[in-house]
Design a protein around this ligand. Sequence first.
Ligand SMILES: [Zn+2]
Length: 184
Amino acid sequence: MGMFEWILRAGIQDASAQMLPQRIELPAIDSSWEVDWRPEKAAAVECSRVLGRLTLGHPRAIDAIGGLQTWLKAEARRHLPEWLALVAEDTGHRYKRVSVRLQRGRWGSCSTSGTISLNAKLLMLPPDAVRYVLVHELCHTLHMNHSPAFWAEVTRHQPDWRLQARQIRALQRGLPVWTRVQVS
Ligand SMILES: [Zn+2]
């Protein structure tokens, strides 16, 4: 039974169901997932890496979206901290901690105490754009501002940063709605 038939049969006008994606593309890590929502199953996200399939078992679509968001954060935590460490080695910058969250606005931030926060949605950008965000936040460990000195440092490590920033702005608008929904 497809998602659409199930909605009809249940007679539910659930806007969340329309937000559930059929596929999830994560260009940053070159991975692609098929999403299979099975409202009749118990609440859980089953992730088959071999098949590239996510099976969502949640009777309510909004909970299925919550399940997907949690999965995206976990996926980001598998990849982004290691990636940041590599770029830090490349650029010679130091940071104290890294945290990965699903944020609405910012792609990343850097605190005065040296904690870099990264948005799980970075996985939805191309690798070069992700690298630019990592370089940007790492350069903030040196300059806590957007001064000419800061941008000179960014340019040193990512000469095409303007192109990447433009690309990010363009892609941002097209990000799937399910990543933005506030669940509970
Ligand atoms: Zn900045």
